[in-house]
Design a protein around this ligand. Structure first.
Ligand code: DHE
Length: 530
C-alpha cells in the first residue's frame, strides 16, 4: 500500500516525500534516526509475535546484538527477506519494501536499553509452586499402564495430550507453556516429566497425578532441558543469556554457569544439553565456542586438576570440584548438534555448516572426521544392528537423504535418497522399519517414507493430502504401532500398524508436533531420540 498512498497524494506531499528521501539518502549508510520509529513500528507489526515485543524472544529467537553477533547484517537481511530453512522463520520480502527491511535489520542490531538480563535472582524469583507435593498421590490416579503412556505436544493451541499407549486413547489434556521445544525428559520411574519452552520456562509435571507441580523460568531464550534419572538434577541449555543452568529436582536453582571459552573471552549460546546416564553427567553442545562440556551430577565425582581443565574461574586452586562443574573437550570446530553412541562414550556431531566430527568423551578429543554434507540432524539419529555391525542413521535438513554410518569405522554405509530433506527418523528394536519425513520439502512434506532397516531401501510411502505435513513418529512400548503427526491445526495423530503399515486409527489434535513414549524414553530405546 505504500506506493499507492504516495501516488494518490497531493503534489505537495509527493515533493515533501522526495525531499525527505534525498535527506535520508544523505544520511546513509549510518543508522538513520528518522528510520528508527518506522523500524520499531515495522518490528511490532511483523516480528513481535514470534520474537517478543521486547525482542527477548518467544517462538523465535531473541533479536538482540548479543544473539546476532555471528550473523552479518547482509545475511540477516536475506533471512528476513527469504525466510530460513529448517525453522518457522517466514519470508517477509513481499511484505516489507527493501529500504524498510534494511532499516528494520539495522535496528535489531542496536542494543535494547536497559540491557536484558536473567540473573540467578530472576531465576529464583520466577519459581512457582503450583501444588503442595505432600498432597500428591504416590501411585497413578488412572488405570492405564504408566510405563506405556504417550505425551503429545500440540503446538496449535499449546496443549499436551496424555495417551494410554495400550488402548491408544487420550486420558488427559492440559495447557502447556507457549512453544515447547525439544523432547520432554522423564525420571527413571516414569512419574515426573520436565518440559522446556522456547522462552525459558521449565515445567515439572507429575504424570501419576496429572498435575503441574512446579515451574521456573531458567532463561530468556532456551533450547532444551535434561534431567538425571533420579530426578534430582535438571540442566537447562540457554541461548540467552549465555548460561547453562543447573536446578535441583524441585526446580530450585543450584547454579547458573556462564558459558565462555576457557580463557573467559568468548561467550557462547548452548545448543542443547543431554543427560548421559552411564556417565552420571550432562553433556552440552555449544554453538559459538568449539568445545563440548560434560558436567557430572555424581557427588562422588573426582576433582579435576585445575591446570588440566583450564577452567579460568577456578584456576586459583589446585583442583576444581568434579561435581557440577564443566569438563571441557576442546575442538577445532564448533559441534552444534550430536548423537550419542549407545554406551555414551562417544558423540557424533556436526556444526550447522555440516562439518562432522566424532568426539570421545573419555579421552576428551576428536577421534575422527565424519564424511557428511548439508545440514545433518544428528540429534534425531537412531541406531540398529546391520549385517553384524551397529550403524546409526540421521536425516538431513538440507539434503534429501538419510545417511547411514558404520559406528565402528565412521564410514558412510549408504545414502538413502528420500523425497526431500527431513527432520525426524524413528524406529523400534522390535520393528524392521524406520520412518522418515520430508518435512523440509514443500512438495513432499505430506509424505512419510518407510525404510527397511536391513535392505536399506524405501519400501513404502504413507501420504497425507497434498500441502499437509506428516512427520514425527514414535512407537508404542512393544513396537506394534507407529504414531505419526498430521501436523495441521485440524490435525490428528495417525496410528499405523507397524507390521502391515496400514492405518488403524486417528485421534484429532491441534497441530501435534512431537510425541514421546515413557518406556521408550526411560529405557533409551535404540530407535528413538534420547
Ligand atoms: Fe527442534 C528437538 C534444535 C527447529 C521440533 N530440536 C530438538 C533438539 C534440538 C533441536 C537440539 C534436541 C533437544 C531435546 O530433545 O532435548 N530445532 C532445533 C534447531 O536448531 C532448529 C532447526 C532451529 C530452531 O528454531 O531452533 C529446530 N524443531 C524445530 C522446529 O521448527 C520444529 C520442527 C517445530 C517446533 O516446535 O519448534 C522442531 N525439535 C522439535 C521436536 C523435537 C526437537 C519435536 C524433539 C524430537 C524428539 O523426538 O525427541
Amino acid at each position: 500500500t505504500y506506493p499507492a498512498t504516495v501516488a494518490n497524494s497531493s503534489v505537495y506531499v509527493q515533493s515533501a516525500a522526495l525531499l525527505l528521501g534525498v535527506f535520508l539518502l544523505s544520511l546513509a549508510p549510518a543508522a538513520r534516526a528518522a528510520d528508527v520509529p518506522d523500524a520499531a513500528r515495522s518490528y511490532q507489526q511483523h516480528c513481535a509475535a514470534c520474537h517478543g515485543a521486547d525482542r527477548l524472544g518467544g517462538t523465535g529467537p531473541a533479536l538482540l546484538p548479543e544473539n546476532l553477533a555471528r550473523l552479518r547484517k547482509e545475511e540477516a537481511q536475506a533471512v528476513v527477506r527469504d525466510g530460513r530453512t529448517a525453522t518457522q522463520m517466514a519470508a517477509f520480502g513481499a511484505l516489507i519494501p527493501p529500504d524498510d527491511l534494511a532499516a528494520l535489520v539495522a535496528w535489531i542490531y542496536t542494543p535494547v536499553v536497559p540491557a536484558p538480563s536473567w540473573s540467578e535472582a530472576d531465576i529464583r524469583a520466577s519459581r512457582i509452586q503450583h501444588v503442595d507435593p505432600a498432597t500428591l498421590a504416590a501411585k497413578p490416579i488412572f488405570s492405564a499402564d504408566p510405563m506405556n503412556l504417550f505425551l503429545v505436544v500440540e503446538t496449535g493451541d499449546h496443549h499436551v495430550s496424555v495417551l494410554d499407549g495400550d488402548k491408544l486413547e487420550r486420558i488427559h489434556r492440559f495447557q502447556s507453556r507457549h512453544a515447547l521445544h525439544g523432547g520432554p525428559k522423564f525420571t527413571a520411574d516414569g512419574r515426573y516429566v520436565f518440559f522446556a519452552s522456547r522462552d525459558g520456562w521449565i515445567t515439572k509435571y507429575d504424570l501419576w497425578n496429572l498435575k503441574v507441580v512446579t515451574e521456573v523460568r531458567g532463561g530468556i531464550n532456551t533450547r532444551n532441558v535434561a534431567v538425571s534419572p533420579d530426578g534430582k538434577y535438571v540442566a537447562v541449555a540457554n541461548y540467552l543469556p549465555h548460561t547453562l543452568v543447573l536446578l535441583d529436582g524441585d526446580l530450585n536453582l543450584l547454579k547458573s554457569i556462564p558459558v565462555t571459552d576457557r580463557e573467559g573471552k568468548a561467550s557462547s549460546r548452548v545448543s542443547a544439553v543431554y543427560e548421559a546416564t552411564p556417565r552420571k553427567s550432562f553433556v552440552a553442545a555449544l554453538k559459538d565456542v568449539p568445545e563440548v562440556w560434560e558436567i557430572s551430577f555424581d557427588p562422588a565425582a573426582q576433582d579435576i586438576p585445575a591446570g588440566f581443565v583450564h577452567d579460568y574461574k577456578y584456576r586459583e586452586g589446585a583442583f576444581i570440584p568434579g561435581y557440577l562443574n564443566p569438563r571441557r573437550t576442546e575442538l577445532g570446530q564448533v559441534l552444534d548438534d550430536f548423537f550419542f553412541t549407545q554406551d555414551y562414550s562417544t558423540v557424533l556431531g556436526a556444526s550447522r555448516e555440516g562439518v562432522g566430527q566424532v568426539v570421545n568423551l573419555d579421552v576428551r578429543r576428536k577421534i575422527a572426521d565424519l564424511p557428511l554434507d548439508g545440514m545433518p540432524h544428528l540429534g534425531s539419529g537412531i541406531s540398529w544392528e546391520w549385517r553384524g555391525r551397529r550403524v546409526m542413521a540421521s536425516t538431513n535438513l538440507k539434503a534429501a537423504e538419510v545417511t547411514v554410518i558404520d559406528l565402528k569405522d565412521w564410514s558412510v554405509v549408504k545414502r538413502i535418497p528420500t523425497r526431500g530433506p527431513g527432520f525426524f527418523l524413528r524406529s523400534h528394536e522390535n520393528s524392521p522399519y524406520a520412518f522418515v519425513d520430508s518435512m523440509m520439502s514443500r512438495e513432499a512434506k505430506n509424505t512419510l517414507q518407510v525404510i527397511d532397516k536391513q535392505t536399506l531401501e524405501i519400501v513404502k510411502e504413507l501420504k497425507a493430502a497434498p500441502g499437509q505435513t506428516l512427520a514425527h513418529v514414535e512407537f508404542t512400548r512393544d513396537g506394534r504401532y507407529a504414531l505419526a503427526s498430521l501436523w495441521e491445526m485440524d490435525g490428528a495423530l495417525i496410528i499405523y500398524d507397524a507390521q502391515t503399515l496400514e492405518e488403524v486409527k486417528r485421534i484429532p489434535m491441534k497441530k501435534p508436533v512431537g510425541k514421546y513414549n515413557v518406556w521408550n524414553k526411560i529405557t533409551r530405546e535404540e530407535g528413538t531420540s534420547h
